[in-house]
Design a protein around this ligand. Structure first.
Ligand code: G3P
Ligand code: CA
Length: 231
């Protein structure tokens, strides 16, 4: 079962920052999950629509100027990376799951993904783009047919398989609250990988492993690895 560091190793360092990515690499996480949003003509790694939780100020992230974002410090500590900076930092050293949190210019995103593959050491199968908004995934697909796509599901939708099939998805990503053996078996019978978010409790980690889940998103990948290894 793969361990993907959720927003980087976000238990140990401010989420979605280079510091959290370094902690994930130090923990030998199989992959890193990041959230991206576009502001103006730049794509940033940032999770929240509002600034209160991450930057202790009012207002919306996407209302900031690029200059203001340059001065932001996540949890008063770490700068907000651009997608380009994140790609250059991770540089193919592990899998990368890019979750689209806002609509992004698919041409711009595709350019960044092309550079990731041609200059930064990523193989196409190391790049997994996911979103709860499946329209956004479909917009990107014609430009990036060789990378992987993950259908994020907020729950067990009746028509999830049709949706995943229409997207040509590699994986479905489901909340730990809704996962069960029947879902895992059904998804596997359709050739879909099953990734589960967000998982830090030992009981959950071991239970999901026993179900045959293919990957988990963990805030504390080092701890997850120890649980799996029985340490
Ligand atoms: O991609 C899995 C998970 O990160 C989705 O939820 O809110 O943590 O971005 P959220
Ligand atoms: Ca996410």
């Amino acid at each position: 079962m793969l361990i993907l560091a959720h927003r980087g190793a976000s238990f140990e360092a401010p989420e979605n920052t280079l510091a959290a990515f370094q902690r994930a690499l130090d923990a030998h996480a199989d992959g890193i999950e990041i959230d991206i949003m576009q502001v103006g003509d730049e794509i940033y790694v940032f999770h929240d629509r509002y600034l209160r939780r991450l930057a202790a100020q009012p207002g919306r992230f996407q209302d900031l100027t690029n200059e203001q974002i340059g001065k932001l410090r996540v949890f008063n500590q770490q700068p907000v990376p651009t997608l380009e900076e994140a790609l250059a930092f991770i540089a193919g050293r592990c899998l990368l799951n890019i979750e689209l949190k806002s609509e992004v210019d698919s041409t711009r995103l595709s350019r960044a993904l092309n550079r990731a593959q041609s200059e930064l050491g990523f193989q196409p199968e190391q790049l997994l783009v996911s979103s709860f908004n499946h329209h956004w995934l479909r917009n990107l697909q014609p430009q990036q047919p060789n990378i992987r796509y993950g259908a994020l599901l907020a729950g067990c939708l009746l028509d999830y398989a049709a949706c995943a099939s229409e997207l040509g998805a590699y994986s479905v990503h489901l909340d730990v609250d809704f996962i069960d053996q029947a879902f895992v078996d059904d998804a596997h019978s359709r050739g879909l990988q099953v990734y589960v978010y967000t998982v830090d409790e030992p009981e959950d980690i071991l239970g999901l492993q026993a179900m045959g889940v293919d990957g988990i998103f963990a805030n504390h990948p080092q701890h997850a690895r120890q649980v799996i290894d029985g340490l």
